[in-house]
Each structure stands twice: as C-alpha cells, then as structure tokens.
Design a protein around this ligand. Sequence first.
Ligand code: B12
Length: 175
Amino acid sequence: MDLLDAAPIKAYGYELGFDLVRITGAEAFPETERVIKDRIAAGLMDGLPWFTSERAEVSCHPDALLPEARSIIALAMCYLSEPPEEPQDDLPRGRISRYAWGEDYHEVIKPKLKQFAEWLREYARREAGHELEARLFVDTGRMVDRAVAQRAGIGWYGKNTTILTRGWGSWVFLA
Ligand code: B12
C-alpha cells in the first residue's frame, strides 16, 4: 500500500461500517503454518476434513493467493447485541451463540468487501494511475484471519484463542 495514502483507505472501511480497520504487509505467517501442521498431526482438527496441511501452505502464504500481493487490509466488525427477553415459562430451551443471532455474517460482510475492493480499484487508478488486484476473505476463505488481525494490530490473542480488541472485546468478526 506504500504507493497509496492509507488514511482514506481506513476512512472508507469505517464508512462501510467496520469497527476496526488496520493494514499489514503481505509477508507469510510461518509460525501459524507450523502450529496448524502440529495441530493436524496431533489429531486436533479431526472432523474438519477440509482443514489440511496443503491448505495451510496456501493460507499462510498470501503470495500463493495473489502473487503480487503487497498488503492486507484487516477488518473487524462487532456483533455484540442485547439479549432478547428471557421467556417466563419452564419450557426447556437451548442457547444459541450470539454470533448466530442475526443474519449470517458472511452474507453481511461479503457485499461490503466487494464494495471496498471496487472503491480501492478506483482509488488506485485515480491516485497512483495503476491497476489494483484484490482478493476478499471472510472466514471461509483460505486466509488465516486471526493471524492477519493480530499482525495488523486489530487486537491480541486472548486465552480463549479469539482476537481481543480494545473496545469490543472478542465480539468481532474478522475479514
Ligand atoms: C476452524 C475454525 C473454527 C473451528 C475450530 C476447530 C479447532 N479444532 O480449532 C470451530 C468450528 C470449532 C470454530 C469455532 C468458533 N469460531 Co471459528 N474459525 C475457524 C477458522 C475457519 C480457522 C481458525 C483456525 O484454526 N486457524 C488455524 C490456527 C492455527 O490459526 P490461529 O487461530 O490464528 O492460531 C493461532 C492461535 O491459535 C494462537 N493461539 C492459540 N491460542 C493462544 C493462546 C494465547 C494466550 C496466545 C498468545 C496465542 C494463542 O497461536 C496460533 C498461531 O499463530 C477461522 C476463520 C479463518 N479463516 O481463519 C474462524 C474464526 C477463528 N472463528 C471465529 C469465531 C467467532 C468462532 C466462535 C466464537 C463461534 C461460536 N460462537 O461458536 C467459535 C469459538 C472458537 C474459539 N474459542 O476459538 C472468528 C474469531 C473472531 C475473533 N474475535 O477472533 C473467526 C476468525 C472467523 C471470522 N472471520 O470472524 N471455529
């Protein structure tokens, strides 16, 4: 992103409704790759057949996802909302994790990422006279979302392994 001023990029991220916007370089994540491979070898990722060592070799190397990659924009969106009123009856009920209360976050965030990428392309053309390529990831993509967020300064690893942010705690989706 060194050819482009980062301030308007961050400002646009906030305009789109993200709560934290940071930028980091597109260098590899060798420590995360080592941890993923150790966990797979120890059988800790059983039940997630798509979570393979080969996948880690891509997801921890941004240049395998986009060869000319220079920077990664790390985004966080808070999902903390007020709990609904507790029903006053004795019927047995299950509890659903807060992150699943609203609309599917993938469907909320993906259109915003597409809009961000379109804006970035236009911004790069206008400011630097060059074409910009971008790839978009939220959760299901081959990207190590937490490692990116930590390196970019979105937050730090909490004891529950989620990224804790100043202001929103761990109640954030990453993209
Ligand atoms: C696989 C996965 C799961 C699996 C986990 C399976 C397993 N055996 O671990 C399942 C389906 C169970 C799951 C559950 C949840 N997930 Co999930 N999941 C992912 C996914 C796709 C990959 C995460 C992963 O394992 N990466 C590989 C590991 C090795 O990388 P890493 O997490 O960066 O690992 C580092 C840390 O582990 C760190 N570390 C671990 N523990 C500690 C402790 C300390 C003290 C320190 C310093 C460091 C540290 O060291 C590693 C090396 O850098 C990511 C999205 C993505 N594309 O990254 C979402 C993601 C991690 N999930 C997310 C969420 C919200 C959840 C849930 C809270 C949802 C819910 N309410 O049920 C739970 C909670 C899980 C938890 N406490 O971590 C969010 C986390 C947001 C945040 N604030 O961090 C992500 C980032 C999705 C997103 N884009 O928003 N998830």
